[in-house]
Design a protein around this ligand. Sequence first.
Ligand SMILES: *Cc1c(COP(=O)(O)O)cnc(C)c1O
Length: 390
Amino acid sequence: MANTADVLKCVEDSHTSGLYRKRGPVIVSGRDALLQDIEGRQYIDCVAGHGAAAVGHSNAMVAEAVSRQAARLITCPESFYNDKRAEFLGILAGTLPEGLRRFFLCNSGTEAVEAAIKFARVATGRQQIVAAKRGFHGRSLGALSATWEPKYKEPFVPLVPGFKHVTYNDLDSMREAVSEQTAAVLLEPVQGEGGVHVADNDYLHGVQQICQEAGALLVLDEIQTGSGRTGKMFAFEHSDVIPDMICLAKAVAGGVPMGVVAVGERLGTLPKGVHASTFGGNPLACAAGCAALTYIIEENLPKRAHDLGLHFFDRLRAIHSPLVREVRGKGLMVGVEIKAKNARYLEALLDRGVLALSAGSTVIRFLPPLVIQKQQLDFVADQLEKVLCT
Ligand SMILES: *Cc1c(COP(=O)(O)O)cnc(C)c1O
């Protein structure tokens, strides 16, 4: 007889879009860095909702804030003022330098990128956007045009015109591409989906100079790197660069859907009505955002990500397997590139109670909740060693 898990999977398989390649377990609950499936099996979760669960699953502060706000007011468009939104904007502003303290609120990463592209175009009167090879910025048509992966794009050509892709970490390639036609350069400070590639220390600085000389804007996609992931609240803080816009999403509201564009002073005042979102800045997401940011700040999760990241790196670099090509990353955004396809190793990790994700076909990526325990990371490293050495 079919068990409950099989019945549920059958229902999902019959009625979902079919767009997703599914993994085995039916996940029903979570706490901090642990997830539990319907059969009671526990997993150490280094997927963390693609990094969205930085403050941990079912974070008590976020859960309490959401439940209190749901009973008070769920929806309220930005054409009205709202107490929770004001509180959230204030907290977020406190995490960013002067000149980057005005925000457009939306509901996902791709929407934040989409908005940033529109803002760059309207503020500069220019059309061209320069992005990077291996970059990932989302799947809606504008953000997809900025994304590199041909596999994601080919079925949808023609995409938005005016996008150029340069080699990441190569200033000559950037200098060649940026001109008086360039509205913005759009980059991830650490490329996530593209394989966990970290920008060199002086790269962003050089890119900013190139942008300033050409009158172009520098937009950083911190959707994955933001909210403490790389050991600073935002990855640009590892450099001396202050971008003209930042895109945020994923962990910014504790796992509740929210996207943000921080809009810098070089954009001037955006004309009223050029962009909007029904759900953007809704009180429910803002309440979650207040709780998540407060938790990240009070618990100093960026520092925790930095310290645990160093420890995890040491453990991973000590794995002696001929399969390992390179261990890369920053803070708790970590990729292990192997000399084989990653799929069966991700599967083997799952069988051993560790959820990890891919980045391309040869990188095993770890994006654990920043609240993960050191012993849990040790367990993850042990399991990776076992699957790579057998
Ligand atoms: C996840 C991600 C996006 C897209 O975010 P969605 O919420 O899935 O639309 C964009 N850019 C980066 C760097 C991401 O990691």
